[in-house]
Ligand binder design. Structure first.
Ligand code: 5GP
Length: 178
């Protein structure tokens, strides 16, 4: 088993690339089947989902568009605390089928906030495609349409996901060694 060191933490291989790619291809095939004729707009949420997005797109055979957005954290008022604002969405999504492409849904709060923001722009439908879900951490009721893999609560890196900015470049997914 491979282990890597990122800053003060050690990580060991958890999901090898081949297993990831198999599940990503499965998700793409489900989308090809479900969204035929919908001309969906995929919204890839940077930074973490860049690798997942690239591999997913390679397997999509339906006509579709892709755009990249980011959730920028800024300090809100004392009552709202930290607020995440959607940046980079230049497309008119009204009447369109939108597929959010995320790296990981943990508590689900980020996704919930993103859904609210996008719904205000009157799309026809919003679907969620995520590489990973931590089902035991979910705090909100989310209808996640496409999930490549469910994982336990441990902190993971690799395949686009980072620890303090590092580790996004690894092709496998690693889990932290306590
Ligand atoms: P949520 O709002 O669902 O709690 O958090 C979602 C975000 O937290 C993800 O988009 C991701 O940036 C980050 N996150 C949650 N769990 C992990 C993890 O295990 N590893 C990494 N690298 N990021 C995580």
């Amino acid at each position: 088993m491979d282990t890597i060191q990122i800053k003060d933490k050690r990580f060991k291989t958890f999901i090898p690339e081949a297993d990831i790619l198999k599940e990503v291809a499965r998700v793409a095939n489900e989308i090809n089947h479900d969204l035929e004729g919908e001309n969906p707009l995929f919204l890839s949420v940077l930074n973490g989902s860049f690798m997942f997005t690239a591999d997913l797109m390679k397997h999509l055979t339906i006509p579709c568009e892709i755009s990249f957005v980011k959730l920028a954290s800024y300090a809100g008022t004392a009552s709202t605390g930290k607020v995440k604002e959607l940046v980079g969405l230049n497309e008119d999504i009204s009447g369109r089928t939108v597929v959010i492409v995320e790296d990981i849904v943990d508590t689900g709060l980020t996704m919930q906030r993103l859904l609210e923001t996008l719904k205000a722009r009157n799309p026809k439908e919003i679907r969620i495609a995520t590489l990973l879900v931590k089902p035991d951490k979910l705090q909100v009721d989310l209808d996640i349409n496409y999930v490549a893999m469910n994982i336990p609560n441990d902190f993971i890196v690799g395949y686009g996901l980072d620890y303090d900015g590092f580790g996004r470049n690894y092709r496998d997914i690693y889990t932290v060694v306590e």
